[in-house]
Write a protein that binds this ligand. Structure first.
Ligand SMILES: [Zn+2]
Length: 98
């Protein structure tokens, strides 16, 4: 299951809900793109760049596959939404390293 983001981190500022972008985008798409694209990041670790997926009905922020490693090592968005078993395994492996 792919991660999508309900909010984004805007350079050196703070997190905003995704609707801040989309409201702006609906009024003035070019300004929204100019202002935000390339300047928004994962709301948790602030490191991985977010990309906008903009279909007719589906709009969301995502981190493209090749940028996934840019998440902080401990960022929970670093991994696709894991099922419970995978999550347990991840933490077991991690504890084993300590
Ligand atoms: Zn992250």
């Amino acid at each position: 299951m792919k991660n999508t983001y309900g909010e984004f981190y805007f350079e050196n500022e703070k997190n905003y809900p995704a609707s801040v972008y989309w409201d702006f985008y609906d009024k003035n798409p070019q300004d929204a793109i100019r202002k935000y694209i390339g300047h928004i990041f994962c709301p948790l670790c602030n490191l991985a760049p977010l990309t906008v997926a903009n279909g007719n009905k589906l709009r969301y922020f995502k981190v493209i596959e090749s940028d996934r490693d840019k998440h902080d090592l401990f960022c929970s968005y670093r991994h696709d939404k894991a099922n419970k078993k995978e999550t347990e395994k991840f933490y077991e492996d991690w504890i084993a390293l300590i």
